[in-house]
Design a protein around this ligand. Structure first.
Ligand code: U2P
Length: 278
């Protein structure tokens, strides 16, 4: 009887600890799926394709190093670049670090030129990965997100080639340019206009993220067969305005990329070692 009560007490303690850590995760805004904690993650619902705007990403660059896409002078990106292809759940959470598969650069050697150009990191220093400790931005994206793309995307090479193909097929920068939304440090554009331009081109609603009024990221979403679908956007309960919960205001900017680079700004920006933490 005594040992039965002991078991009961232990079970209650475990339940309290689990509830506490779940609340803590929620409190700090981590929306990775809860079942991460026990390592069992159900299959994802859709793909969230995250693109980054270099003009905003590079605005606050303080350090340069060879791997930092902000530091390429006249070769720096002037179009949206890839952040990652993220398998997500319809409830707004996502799985992460699903299948133990360490990033191996050799597997994507034929894609490296394209990845350098269209999937650059905008930082110096390495990124935390699920299985390789610290690593490249690509290692982070493959291990955290790519490994959760099963059964649609089954290996590292397919993860990167599929993502590049999506990037070429859905050219967001071109769509925005054609609709008159050009990079500018003075113009402000209606967020609704940018969303409509993408809706008209791809027949699905994107999601935008901003840093103050500057567009930082634009997300396109896809069903598992890669047909475009609406991204999940929480509506405001007060006015049903679906932009209100995005981090963007009503009028946004697409800042021009300001070179932090090797060509002309090396004196202004200190170079740091590749692995120096920022
Ligand atoms: O938004 C901040 C970071 O959360 C991760 N994220 C966000 C939305 C989503 O659908 N999936 C997801 O993973 C991203 O983390 P990262 O891949 O950069 O580590 C995003 O940057």
């Amino acid at each position: 009887m005594a040992s039965f009560s002991l078991i009961l007490i232990r079970l209650s303690l475990v339940a309290v600890l689990l509830t506490a850590s779940f609340c803590q995760l929620k409190a700090i805004g981590i929306r990775e799926a809860v079942d991460d904690a026990v390592g069992e993650q159900r299959e994802f619902d859709y793909f969230n394709f995250a693109l980054q705007w270099p003009g905003t990403q590079c605005k606050n660059t303080r350090h340069c190093c060879p791997s930092n896409g902000c530091c390429r002078g006249s070769n720096a990106p002037t179009e949206f670049t890839i952040h990652g292809l993220w398998p997500d759940y319809n409830d707004g959470t996502w799985p992460s670090c699903c299948k133990k598969s360490k990033f191996d650069e050799k597997e994507i050697s034929t894609l490296l030129d394209a990845l350098e150009k269209y999937w650059p990191s905008y930082r110096c220093g390495s990124t935390s990965t699920c299985y390789s400790g610290e690593g490249l931005f690509w290692a982070h994206e493959w291990e955290k997100h790519g490994t959760c793309s099963f059964p649609v995307v089954r290996d590292e090479y397919s993860y990167f080639s599929t993502t590049l193909n999506l990037y070429f097929k859905y050219n967001v920068t071109r769509v925005l340019n054609e609709a008159g939304y050009l990079p500018s440090n003075t113009e402000k554009y209606p967020l609704g206009g940018i969303v409509s331009a993408i809706q008209n081109a791809f027949h699905a609603t994107p999601k935008l993220d901003c840093s103050k009024d500057a567009v930082n990221e634009l997300h396109l979403c896809f069903y598992k067969d890669f047909k475009p679908r609406d991204c999940i956007i929480e509506r405001s309960p007060e006015n049903d305005n679906y932009f209100s919960s995005s981090s963007c205001p009503k009028y946004v900017s697409l800042p021009v990329y300001m070179s932090s680079g090797v060509d002309d700004a090396t004196a202004a920006i200190p170079w740091i070692l590749e692995n120096e933490p920022l």
